[in-house]
Write a protein that binds this ligand. Structure first.
Ligand code: AMP
Ligand code: ZN
Length: 432
């Protein structure tokens, strides 16, 4: 039933394994220049970490540590043993680099294959990967997992929408991996070609790499006639294959045999009460070349309470509500772009793309939302458009408690990136 017997461990077995792995990964990490220094600073010896109960004694690692150790200050084995490196997309700031041994690549492929298998993908499925290849982990990371499982794997890469569609048609593709914002964009290309995406052979879409709402998932499922599963990962923890939805589509199981999760209050750095939202902290339990301990992902989520009917005890995290560093503060109110998205995507007239623009007028922050309107609703009648604009403004105000300026624009007129979507354009720091 499970791809890997480790999926079927009970809680006690899992915690036993985590303790053993934490002990050895801490000792390995202590051989890297970064952790040797950090441990010394904190008066900690690696052999003092004997199991899960000692976890809180380990200092937290954040992106700044990775940057200051650039390029290879986190390696705990000779560089000659490394076979690959990847880098984060630098969603916020400079890139960070992660090295992998051959063993790491294999473990990673096994984890990704486990995710695919969990949602019913099998050898014989034809899989098209629409992620960018190169340093971004959504390309090769997903690719190796699909091959490991035994799928015919098409490394389509990002962009070139017409070719994507031709590949989907010619090779009877059944499973795709696609960034949600690109999935919505690609649907408009299908439309312009007069091809119905739900008429292809697709049955499963693996979507992730960027925050998206339940409403976006439902749209993708309807447009393509598929089941869509959320996939979470970050380069610092390999990339994809960290947490993934099971067929229940109710939260993502974190593979706790490979990643030790904690959820802390991002300000006090204390654990949040059970079930509350906080920052996800992860420790690599199996990585050989470049272990990372208690990494501050900046991603905000919560553990979902209760057991999952699928039988896996690996805890589930809720979809990422935002990052502790992408929160927008407007007139003293904290806003996450995801709140805006949830409201917009539930409005039938709203098209596939939107952009939040922050500007400063005098001393005041202005919060503008540009919203694409589906072509059938983008009518000449100004009164109709005004009515729609007022409706959107009202719904956003009810959710956010501040009133945004809503600007309606034509379908496909906002910039669309091939990689992760840029949802916020902050012009506040620029000269007027
Ligand atoms: P990178 O290391 O460049 O792949 O970026 C990783 C970051 O992308 C994560 O820390 C998250 O902020 C974001 N991310 C990845 N997958 C998801 C997902 N399924 N939902 C929301 N955010 C995601
Ligand atoms: Zn489950």
């Amino acid at each position: 039933m499970f791809f890997d017997p480790l999926e079927g461990l009970d809680r006690k077995e899992l915690e036993g394994l985590q303790s053993v792995r934490l002990r050895s990964v801490t000792q390995a990490a202590a051989r890297s220049p970064l952790y040797a220094g950090l441990f010394q600073e904190h008066g900690l010896r690696a052999d003092q970490i004997r199991g899960l109960d000692d976890l809180a004694r380990i200092p937290l690692t954040d992106k700044e540590h990775l940057r200051s150790s650039y390029p290879d200050g986190l390696l705990c084995r000779p560089k000659e043993e490394m076979v690959r490196l990847h880098a984060s997309s630098g969603t916020t700031g400079a890139a960070t680099v992660i090295f992998h041994t051959a063993g790491d690549i294999q473990t990673w492929a096994d984890l990704v294959a486990r995710c695919f298998h969990m949602v019913g993908v099998r050898p014989g499925d034809v899989f098209q990967n629409m992620s960018g290849y190169g340093l971004f982990t959504g390309g090769l990371g997903i690719h190796y997992g699909a091959e490991r499982l035994g799928c015919l794997t098409i490394p389509a890469g990002a962009g070139n929408s017409k070719r994507q569609i031709k590949l989907l048609q010619d090779f009877l593709v059944t499973v795709i991996h696609i960034i949600p914002s690109y999935a919505l964009h690609l649907a408009t290309v299908f439309q312009s070609l007069g091809v119905e995406p739900s008429g292809l052979h697709l049955k499963t879409a693996l979507i992730g790499a960027e925050p998206h709402s339940e409403e976006i998932r439902r749209r993708i499922e309807e447009l393509y006639g598929v089941k869509a599963y959320n996939s979470y990962g970050l380069s610092e923890m390999n990339g994809p294959g960290v947490a993934f939805e099971c067929p229940e589509q109710n939260g993502m199981h974190i593979w706790e045999d490979a990643f030790l999760p904690e959820i802390l209050d991002p300000v006090t750095l204390e654990p949040v009460p059970e079930g509350e939202v906080g920052e996800l902290i992860l420790t690599t339990l199996t990585r050989e070349g470049m272990p990372i301990l208690r990494y501050r992902t900046r991603d905000l989520t919560r553990f979902l309470p209760g057991d999952c009917p699928c039988g896996r005890v690996h805890r589930r995290i809720d979809r990422i509500v935002g990052r502790s560093d992408d929160m927008i503060i407007i007139k003293g109110v904290n806003i996450f772009p995801m709140q805006v998205e949830r409201v917009l995507m539930a409005i039938p007239e709203v098209g596939q793309n939107y952009l939040i623009v922050l500007e400063r007028q005098g001393y005041l922050d202005q919060f503008k939302v540009q919203v694409e309107v589906k072509s059938e609703f983008f009518v000449e009648d100004m009164r109709e458009l005004k009515k729609l604009q007022n409706k959107i403004t009202g719904l956003l105000r009810d959710e956010l408690l501040v009133t945004p300026k809503v600007e309606l624009v034509e379908a496909r007129s906002l910039p669309c990136s091939e990689g992760k979507a840029q949802r916020v354009c902050d012009l506040r720091g620029q000269a007027e």
